[in-house]
Design a protein around this ligand. Structure first.
Ligand code: IPM
Ligand code: MN
Length: 348
């Protein structure tokens, strides 16, 4: 296949700015002879909600399904009540498109500053990937509130963990671990307290692990995992964890690997029955929106992940290499959003 259709959702805040640089790089990497990409823009987020009250109309979801992949900037804006856009746009996309693998690599590129003394704590650097479950856990909205506003208010957010959902993400994580040189998989949970879900995750890792005898497994409670991530990240290769633990851990992972401006992610449906969606881990950063201050590197690396997902490994590697070269030269220089995009594109 050499013609692809990409749905583009710039979204809120800095989202459209960083996505524009991602698309600039996409164009540069394919050039005149490579595969072609037709893009369609979708206006979702705060602007649409204010104008129409809509979050994710069925008609838009239907059109999105017709694309080969989705590139998303960021969703969320302080002018909209908390949760409306997250629960109305981003999470419905992940759920409806069955993005059960939320793939979040953490890799410290040469020349990038880490707040850790990497030479001391991680002689092999930082190079791991978090496989965050994307469709279950406390994110499902299975909860409620009683006696709101009274001294006896009760609020619940039930974490949903199905055998089906846990097994498929665990199997994917094992396969990813098997494909990496170290072949190591860490389950992160909290089975000493969350005993029901913890038991399901542990048992599933044990059982699925029998299919991957060459993959070594480890377990860490999530609180301890944050310590190791901040003191000895070299011990991680592939991490598999639930939706909420994965959300928190991948912010720490981004922080140690050069900052949230560099962290890319893929919301992936490995079954490929729907388009997967690629987005920077960072949010909409409304405080710096419209000022060309945001680092588009995470969005550009997300384009790299998109290319890899489509099987365009050569193009994906070229994007990664161009980013790596740019980062190696960047030093402490502060550059505008467009300048970073131009510099990476120029290397292609
Ligand atoms: C992320 C974000 C989202 C999440 C929010 C915006 C719903 O924090 O992609 O990590 O919690 O998954
Ligand atoms: Mn997050």
């Amino acid at each position: 296949k050499d013609a692809y259709s990409i749905a583009v959702i710039g979204g809120d805040g800095i989202g459209p700015e960083v996505v524009a640089e991602g698309l600039k790089v996409l164009e540069a990497v394919t050039g005149d002879t490579g595969p072609t990409f037709a893009t369609n823009d979708y206006d979702l987020g705060a602007r649409r909600w204010h104008a129409t009250g809509e979050t994710l109309p069925d008609s838009v979801l239907h059109e999105l399904r017709g694309h080969d992949a989705i590139l998303l900037g960021a969703i969320g804006d302080p002018s909209v009540p908390s949760g409306v856009l997250e629960r109305g746009v981003l999470l419905p996309l992940r759920f409806a498109l069955d993005h059960y693998v939320n793939l979040r690599p953490a890799k410290l590129f040469p020349g990038v500053f880490s707040p850790l003394d990497v030479a001391r704590v991680a002689p092999d650097g930082i190079d791991f990937v978090v496989v965050r479950e994307g469709t279950e856990g406390p994110y499902t909205g299975n909860g409620g509130a009683l006696r709101v506003g009274t001294p006896h208010e009760i609020a619940t957010e039930v974490s949903v963990n199905t055998r089906y959902g846990v097994e498929r993400v665990v199997r994917d994580a094992f396969a990813r671990a098997q494909a990496r040189p170290r072949k190591h998989l860490t389950l992160v949970h909290k089975h000493n307290v969350l005993t029901h879900a913890g038991h399901l995750w542990r048992r599933t890792v044990e059982e699925v692990g029998a299919e991957f005898p060459d993959v070594e497994t480890a377990y860490q409670h999530v609180d301890a995992a944050t310590i190791f991530m901040a003191t000895d990240p070299g011990r991680f290769d592939v991490i598999v964890t639930d939706n909420l633990f994965g959300d928190i851990l991948t912010d720490i992972a981004a922080a140690i690997a050069g900052g949230i401006g560099l962290a890319a992610s893929g919301n992936i449906n490995p079954a490929r029955t729907t388009p997967s969606m690629f987005e920077p881990v960072h949010g909409s950063a409304p405080d710096i929106a419209g000022q060309s201050k945001a680092d588009p590197t995470a969005a550009i690396l997300s384009v790299g992940m998109l290319l890899a997902h489509l099987g365009l490994d050569r193009e994906a590697a070229r994007v990664d290499d161009a980013v790596a070269a740019d980062l190696a030269e960047r030093g402490d220089a502060v550059r505008s959003t467009t300048a970073v995009g131009d510099a990476v594109a120029a290397r292609l």
